[in-house]
Design a protein around this ligand. Structure first.
Ligand SMILES: Nc1ncnc2c1ncn2[C@@H]1O[C@H](COP(=O)(O)OP(=O)(O)O)[C@@H](O)[C@H]1O
Ligand SMILES: [Mg+2]
Length: 377
């Protein structure tokens, strides 16, 4: 049972008060006919979203240290995508959990850290293989939820409106049917998107995945990881740097409403337009975020060069941007220096106001405050 949901709860039990008992639309009818998914409005919106995403791809490459960017954006996406499912944590707790492995954190924070790990697992698969297999998707969902329940085998999972208790959607219940649908989904996912715009395909694939709802839990989050991986598979991004979930958080009622209406009426336009807008808006927002990070990095490099020339090293400053919390160990590992030197560097950076130290348990963490504020925004 999912205790964290408020708007929609997925119940793993049979419910007498089931309104509608099968998916509304025939899920084997996938992809939908082209007339439904390539209307003039959709094609126009797809062009705009494609242009914004292409700009993001270009700008992503201009950052000197790609890890810096990946870390920052993947974590935001992990946090945001979990927040859609009412798994709420704070930036502070998250970053601390990443810096200190043994930290006692809340369940929500652990789940977001798992999400991030699952995203990287998927990213590795896509990079190494150029496609995703059934088992890869299972592994992503398993890492994410921390359980190995796998594909649903027991009937009874329905999507409910938590406020009214009404069943809004019933996904397929039969295991073989779920497996067959998932296999069709995976084939389409791995087929290079050449004829139809990959962004239109992204929208219909996400809808199809959520409608199959193959797992007891983690369907929303796994589906949103697949979205990012699909963009990478199709060459629209090289690294996972789109914070797509921010649009969904801001427009959450529409997300649920359109997922549902599309199923009900098999009318795709509004859903696809929603997802295209999400790609466009979040691409532009991410571009802004990257240029703000770049500016801050440049400013910080200059400051250290001028105020602490003796300890200045480009790699040292870049390290402070890989994640907002640093510690001696990170500097030792990355710069291959003695603990004593690493400690001296961090203290000096604190003296000139680039870092601020904080005791957490036995550890001293050094926070890049300006970066932290920027990422939090
Ligand atoms: N009417 C609907 N039809 C199809 N999918 C839906 C519908 N309403 C919600 N969803 C999807 O179900 C997800 C929630 O499923 P769940 O398995 O609980 O995922 P998670 O554990 O990641 O929260 C939502 O994020 C959304 O993507
Ligand atoms: Mg859930």
């Amino acid at each position: 049972m999912n205790e964290t949901c408020t708007l929609f709860c997925i119940f793993g039990t049979n419910n007498k008060n089931v309104g509608q008992q099968t998916p509304y639309r025939l899920l084997t009818n996938f992809p939908p006919e082209r007339g439904k998914i390539e209307t003039i409005n959709i094609l126009r919106a797809a062009n705009k979203a494609t242009a914004a995403l292409a700009e993001l791809k270009g700008i992503g490459k201009t950052l000197p240290n790609q890890l810096m960017l990946i870390n920052a954006i993947v974590l935001k996406e992990a946090k945001g995508s979990s927040e859609i499912e009412n798994i709420i944590t704070t930036h502070d707790e998250l970053y601390k959990a990443l810096a200190i492995n043994s930290l006692n954190t809340t369940l929500a924070t652990k789940e977001v850290v798992n999400y991030r790990k699952a995203m990287f697992t998927g990213f590795d698969f896509v990079k190494q293989q150029g496609f995703l297999r059934f088992g890869d998707i299972l592994l992503i969902q398993q890492e994410l939820t921390g359980n190995n329940a796998g594909i649903r085998t027991m009937p009874g999972t329905v999507l409910k409106n938590d406020l009214t208790g009404e069943t809004v959607y019933t996904p397929p219940q039969d295991k073989q049917e779920i497996l067959d649908l998932l296999s069709g989904f995976i084939d389409y996912f791995n087929t290079p998107s050449t004829e139809i715009s990959p962004l239109i395909n992204l929208a219909i694939l996400h809808h199809q995945f959520e409608s199959i709802h193959p797992f007891y839990d983690g369907n929303g989050r796994t589906g949103r990881i697949l979205n990012i991986l699909y963009l990478i598979l199709n060459g629209l991004m090289e690294i996972p740097i789109l914070y797509l979930s921010s649009y969904i958080i801001e427009n959450k009622p529409d997300y649920y409403k359109l997922l549902n209406l599309t199923n009900k009426h098999d009318d795709w336009e509004d859903w696809i337009l929603y997802m295209l807008k999400a790609v466009e808006v979040t691409s532009l927002q991410t571009i802004e975020k990257i240029s703000a990070i770049k500016n801050l990095l440049g400013k910080t490099i200059e400051k250290v060069q001028v105020e602490s020339p003796k300890i200045y090293r480009k790699e040292l400053v870049e390290l402070l941007f890989e994640q907002p919390y640093s510690k001696i160990e990170f500097v030792v590992n990355q710069l291959k220096v003695e603990r004593k030197a690493a400690s001296r560097y961090l203290q000096e950076l604190e003296r000139i106001g680039v870092l601020e130290s904080q005791k957490v348990g036995r550890e001293t963490l050094y926070i890049n405050k300006e970066l932290f504020e920027l990422l939090k925004k």
